[in-house]
Design a protein. Structure first.
Length: 199
């Protein structure tokens, strides 16, 4: 007797890459972070059956933050930070291991204080692709495990840097967040990386 499966409709479709189309590697020169305890409400993902592949790993809505909290911005060493995703687990229970590596210039008091605070905290990060789209490391169900390190370098040609590596399990591969990013410098779009101008 055939099994009647529900909620498993196939939505596979063609994925084209046209000549002249651009796909830049790497992330922009900054990311955004926030302590998970300062997030009061999460945007939704996977609540309804997606109609297109582009909607599968994309949040809908905005993060709801505590009244006095904002996403903080962290400047990065150009061309050194990255996102990586790999599948993990057993059939029927597979998830993704999502890794965000952020290379921050310097090892002075401010950035040293930051990693001291984050070392035992639960943090969520937004990495910004070159095209301005935000990707999330961390979710409501899973919290990133942080590996924090500093390297003063040796010679004058070495890098003096602080590294944040955030690794999180997720049902989705570093999902896209096209919603509002509230910062001390104003609100930005997670879809474009541009400032949101009040109408």
């Amino acid at each position: 007797m055939a099994t009647n499966c529900t909620g498993a409709d196939s939505i596979y479709s063609d994925i084209h890459f046209c000549p002249g189309q651009k796909s830049f590697p790497g992330v922009r020169g900054h990311l955004y972070g926030i302590s998970k305890r300062d997030i009061l409400g999460w945007p939704t993902i996977g609540a309804e059956a997606p109609k297109a592949l582009a909607d599968v790993a994309k949040y809908t809505g905005d993060f709801k933050l505590a009244s006095d909290k904002k996403w903080h911005k962290i400047g990065l060493i150009p061309n050194e930070s990255q996102l990586q995703v790999e599948s993990q687990g057993s059939y029927g229970s597979k998830t993704f291991k999502c890794t965000g590596t952020a290379e921050i210039p310097g090892t002075e008091e401010e950035v040293t204080g930051y990693i001291a605070q984050a070392n035992n905290d639960e943090m969520v990060y937004l990495f910004i692709q070159r095209n301005g789209k935000a990707r999330v490391i961390g979710s409501e169900a899973f919290t990133p495990e942080l590996t924090l390190s500093q390297d003063s370098g040796k010679a004058t040609t070495d890098a003096n840097k602080t590294t944040i590596q955030a690794v999180a399990d997720d049902e989705y591969p570093t999902p896209f967040y096209p919603g509002k990013i509230e910062t001390a410098d104003g609100d930005f779009s997670g879809a474009t990386g541009l400032a949101i101008v009040a109408a």
